[in-house]
Design a binder for this molecule. Structure first.
Ligand code: ACO
Length: 463
């Protein structure tokens, strides 16, 4: 990517002023929603609605053309029909905008490649980064910027989510709040006419607000470039990819959705492996892994210990540990002896360690402390099955209390229960501990931490 274009990507993600071209007076139109969302969610930059037929929109002075705006404009967000895009883009360039994003659909995804090529040419000649067309927008929680027609900003955090599907972005925002999965930026890339995964990942390498990069991907523009860029960036921050369009039908659907070539599944998996990109099986798995990788350190060895108050959950986690390539091993005799003295005689000091159903906060603290302290142990999966005699919030508090002394060793938690465990889950996530409702998901998250750890061992951690 040309250096000048790369440097200007910051104006897409952190603009200080935005012109919304096609800002509408009609609340049912996208051009209205974009302006409304900027105001509603507290964007602090300058907003310039552009519409030749209106004087004012939502209390903001409206300009007939971007060329009439008195101040500088960092970003032009275009929301006029496809037939008008070239004209308003030409004006935006004349105005001297530093970046352009186009929400409008009706380009290569429906075969209108000529028009798409024309807008790319215009932007490239003028060294302006172009996001889209056919996107839902750009959201930045650190700057309260909801420059999109998504109803809300996502829950604030340190994952940047780059998605080819705008609709998924809209739906998943609610999810991030319900599950407290923290998002820094949500970038919809639609047709990727100019900027795709390759360029954004490269940019995010230096982004101070991003700890992990999550991708919803139908296809990439340039497989080789994607692999090289991702491999480089993976050394600093984890990248997780949800690859869609794996089936024949799915691939066809991807072609008409964003004009993407979904490609050969094996090729993608090989590229992910080479690049250290953690592959996710669908949305749930993608967000689970992104949560773990954004909050926890990579798992540096293969020795994980399961600590549970439920035997069945322990058995299941043993099975999944094997399925996910991190089989549980026997713990050293000295650790087993220590644990034996900390649990009831009817518990099990082996791996998984079964604290039994009457394990309270202090029991979790004592055993987790002994386990995490031991040099053989690389990471812990801690499981709690809600029992009437214990308070999940107290258990969660105990787990977090111990883990804060061993932050270099990753922990994932599984809390099994109904409404009673929801507050505990929130509390854990807010304290940097990824928590999941099933042993399978907690173990899959640990396996992702190991996968990333192995990549760093092979290629060095410069981060
Ligand atoms: N400059 C500025 N404003 C103009 C201009 C101009 N040259 N010409 C017209 N306008 C105004 C219009 O007057 C109108 O405002 P008004 O409602 O106050 O009269 C406003 O711009 C919008 O123009 P419309 O012609 O009403 O266009 P409409 O809002 O119906 O549609 C849109 C525009 C939303 C861009 C549509 O063409 C479109 O592409 N929709 C799909 C968007 C989408 O789904 N994107 C992809 C997301 S999913 C994914 O990521 C795959």
């Amino acid at each position: 990517m040309e250096r000048e274009i790369k440097e200007k990507i910051k104006y897409l993600l952190y603009p200080e002023s935005v012109a919304v071209i096609g800002a509408s007076r009609n609340p049912k139109k996208i051009g209205f929603q974009v302006v409304y969302n900027l105001i509603k969610d507290g964007y602090k930059g300058r907003i310039y609605p552009i519409n030749p037929n209106a004087d004012e929109i939502l209390g903001l002075k409206c300009y007939p053309n971007i060329l009439d705006v008195p101040g500088e404009v960092d970003l032009a967000m275009i929301v006029v029909p496809a037939s008008k895009v070239l004209d308003v883009l030409r004006d935006s360039i004349e105005k001297g905008v530093k970046a352009v994003a186009i929400i409008t659909s009706g380009f290569s995804e429906i075969g209108n490649k000529e028009l798409e090529d024309a807008i790319v040419d215009m932007c490239r000649k003028n060294k302006i980064p172009l996001l889209g067309p056919n996107i839902v927008g750009v959201l930045n929680t650190d700057h309260n910027m909801n420059l999109s027609f998504c109803p809300n900003l996502p829950f604030k955090g340190r994952i940047t989510f780059i998605t080819q599907s705008g609709a998924l972005a809209i739906g998943l925002i609610g999810w991030t709040w319900a599950s407290r999965i923290g998002i820094s930026k949500l970038v919809s890339i639609g047709n990727m006419a100019m900027l795709g995964f390759e360029e954004l990942i490269e940019y995010l390498e230096e982004d101070m607000d991003t700890d992990a990069i999550l991708l919803y991907m139908e296809g990439v523009k340039n497989g080789r470039l994607f692999a090289e860029v991702s491999r480089n960036v993976s050394r600093k921050k984890p990248i997780i990819a949800i690859k869609a369009g794996k089936s024949e039908r799915g691939a066809k659907a991807a072609a008409s959705h964003t004009g993407s070539l979904a490609g050969n599944v094996m090729l993608y998996e090989t590229a992910f492996k080479y690049a250290g990109v953690v592959s996710a099986d669908g949305l749930e798995d993608g967000f689970d892994k992104a949560l773990a990788l954004s909050l926890q350190p990579p798992l540096k060895g293969d020795n994980i210990v399961v600590v549970t108050n439920g035997g069945g959950a322990g058995v299941l986690s043993s099975d999944y540990a094997e399925t996910f390539g991190i089989p549980l091993r026997d713990i050293p005799v000295d650790l087993m002896d220590t644990v034996k003295n900390l649990i009831p005689p009817f518990g099990s000091p082996k791996n998984p360690i079964d604290l039994t159903g009457n394990a309270y906060r202090d029991d979790y603290i004592r055993v987790l402390d002994a386990v995490l302290r031991h040099p053989w142990v690389d990471g812990v999966v801690s499981i709690y099955v809600h029992a009437a005699i214990t308070d999940p919030v107290e258990i969660a508090d105990g787990i977090a209390y111990v883990w804060k002394n061993y932050r270099e060793k990753p922990i994932t938690v599984c809390m099994i229960g109904g409404r009673e465990v929801l507050v505990a889950n929130t509390w854990l996530r807010d304290n940097g501990i990824p928590v999941y409702p099933t042993p399978k998901r907690a173990m899959a998250a640990m396996a992702a931490l190991r996968e990333y750890g192995r990549f760093l061992e092979r290629y060095g951690n410069e981060g």
